[in-house]
Design a protein around this ligand. Structure first.
Ligand code: HEC
Ligand code: HEC
Length: 206
């Protein structure tokens, strides 16, 4: 009977904590401001499970600190832009798929894996950016017509059947071995981004 008691405690703590957290940036209608929603989502973007693949240079990172450049001088290889699946697969002879398979390795020290493992395009790099800077960067890209959230939030023009969350994004919550994962769940994260867009995509102050 230990488990139900543990769950009850978690539920009570969550309910007790929610109102205090929510009051921070509500407008007069009680809606949470876009900037506040983005700040909460930023805990995911800035988590190493995401940011290790989203550097602003050509080298993936590994581990829990962005200072830890990927071992064996792995490089992005041919660069492509967002929406074009062909870039970021590594250099000839050192391609990601040489080591990263479609699912996580299970032996200690073995590479994680997901479908089409590759480095994010450089214009989608954000290590070292603040929440305010990243938010502004996303808005700048969107203004240029770059699809910035299509892998995470279903665009209005896509039918359910033809749209799914990118396996590389999903991987961050199922990273294998003892790797930790973002502090906000995937459904919560997508809700935050949907809410952020709906509330006008406003950014946190600098
Ligand atoms: C294994 C590497 C990898 C990991 C891990 C990864 N990404 Fe990406 N990400 C990519 C690649 C590659 C693209 C470019 C996809 C394309 O345009 O075809 C991308 C594109 C994106 C984009 C812009 C395109 C769009 O429409 O969504 C966002 C936003 C994004 N990733 C967020 C995340 C978040 C959040 C996480 C963690 C939960 C994450 N990524 C984890 C490689 C990765
Ligand atoms: C020679 C083998 C090899 C190649 C080639 C390789 N990797 Fe890795 N990679 C690994 C191993 C092994 C790990 C796991 C290290 C660990 O967890 O201690 C790893 C870990 C990572 C991580 C860290 C995941 C995390 O957050 O914990 C990322 C990101 C990554 N690789 C991206 C890439 C990308 C992108 C490419 C191609 C451009 C690539 N790797 C090419 C072997 C390789």
């Amino acid at each position: 009977m230990r488990r139900p008691i543990g769950l009850a405690v978690v539920v009570v703590v969550t309910i007790a904590a929610a109102p205090a957290q929510r009051s921070a940036a509500e407008d007069t209608q009680g809606n949470v401001a876009a900037s506040e929603l983005f700040l909460r989502a930023f805990a995911v973007f800035s988590h190493p499970r995401c940011s290790n693949c989203h550097p602003r240079d050509d080298q993936p990172r590994q581990g829990t600190s962005m200072r830890h450049v990927h071992a064996m001088n792995v490089q992005r290889g041919r660069e492509k832009t967002v929406g074009d699946g062909a870039g970021g697969y590594g250099r000839p002879g050192m391609e990601c798929r040489t080591c990263h398979e479609a699912s996580n390795g299970t032996l200690p020290g073995s590479p994680p894996g997901a479908l089409n493992w590759r480095l994010a395009p450089k214009e989608m790099g954000w290590d070292g950016l603040t929440a305010s800077e990243l938010c502004t960067h996303f808005n700048d890209l969107a203004a240029r017509g770059v699809p910035v959230m299509d892998h995470i939030v279903k665009p209005d023009d896509k039918a359910n059947a033809e749209w799914k969350i990118d396996p590389l994004v999903k991987w961050a919550w199922e990273p294998g071995l003892d790797r930790d994962f973002p502090p906000v769940s995937l459904p919560e994260f997508t809700d935050l981004l949907r809410g952020w867009k709906k509330a006008g995509s406003g950014c946190p102050p600098k």
